[in-house]
Design a protein around this ligand. Structure first.
Ligand SMILES: C[S@@+](CC[C@H](N)C(=O)[O-])C[C@H]1O[C@@H](n2cnc3c(N)ncnc32)[C@H](O)[C@@H]1O
Length: 258
């Protein structure tokens, strides 16, 4: 860039109007930053895992409706919702209505399935850092409450949800342990955490920052009361289920007590 500027100054002296043309071009590139992506496939763009990239991704209606929301993804989300419906029976009957949050909610299809399958009165919440994802989710599940924010700063108090779900998101994160810590914080004691990721022994996606085997995922979730890690057939995903113990681990040491 610095070199370009030096060259431009000498060219600017030689060719009238070159400087103005350069500034106009720079302004155009700044204002229309997303145009750099139009030639790319949305699946390519999203590999950077940035908020802007996911925003662009979830704005591509045709791609989302056809490629992204493929039968395999819808089946996985239906499976997760069914799984949640079975673990919901473990939750104290007094938890009425059940408070459920989907972290990294994307298009909102898991929330839709949860609403259809959980047999209890529900309060559904969705969180995603992509504005366009949340816009989609809101349209699909208008009864749910949504928040556009980072998974690292969940804007709810401690011990607030009966179920926290997070599907196909942890593998995109630079700091998955920090994200899990936040999800665990907002989970009530005795609450259920249900997570899916691609099986890292089979996954070779460039856009993923993390690749866990079943054993690796179990290790990651050990501090969070992991109960089981199971393959989801036939897609090569792993589902992990954890229960928050009644005594929060962060309060185990006496020095942490008030
Ligand atoms: C691959 S999509 C999965 C969406 C949905 N859970 C599903 O299974 O279809 C990953 C989602 O995580 C969101 N996401 C990624 N990084 C995030 C972050 N740091 N904070 C909040 N959301 C994030 C993206 O916007 C996207 O909606």
């Amino acid at each position: 860039m610095a070199l370009d500027r030096v060259r431009l100054e000498s060219i600017g002296k030689a060719i009238p109007g070159a400087r103005q043309a350069w500034h106009a071009l720079a302004r155009f590139r700044q204002v229309h930053w997303w145009k750099r992506w139009v030639e790319k496939q949305p699946a390519e763009v999203v590999k950077s895992n940035s908020r802007k990239a996911f925003d662009y991704f979830f704005d591509q209606d045709e791609f989302i409706e056809t490629d992204y929301l493929c039968q395999a993804r819808l089946n996985l989300l239906a499976y997760v919702a069914e799984y949640c419906s079975s673990v919901a029976t473990r939750i104290d009957g007094e938890a009425n209505p059940l408070r459920v949050i989907d972290v990294g909610c994307g298009t909102g299809h898991l929330l839709l399935e949860l609403g259809n399958r959980l047999q209890k009165p529900l309060l559904l919440y969705g969180l995603d850092f992509s504005d366009s994802a949340v816009r989609r989710s809101r349209r699909l599940v208008p009864s749910a409450e949504f928040v556009v924010t980072s998974v690292y700063e969940i804007p709810y108090p401690d011990d607030n949800f009966d179920i926290v779900t997070c599907t196909e998101t942890l593998e995109h994160l630079q700091r998955p342990e920090e994200a899990l810590e936040e999800m665990f914080r907002v989970l009530k004691p005795g609450g259920q955490l249900v997570v899916t990721v691609p099986d890292g022994t089979k996954d070779d996606s460039d856009g993923h920052a993390n690749f866990w085997s079943a054993a690796g995922l179990r290790r990651l979730l050990l501090p969070y009361g992991v109960q089981r890690v199971v393959p989801v057939q036939p897609d090569g995903d792993l589902l992990a289920h954890a229960t928050k113990p009644s005594g929060h681990p962060r309060l185990r040491s006496d020095s942490d007590l008030p």
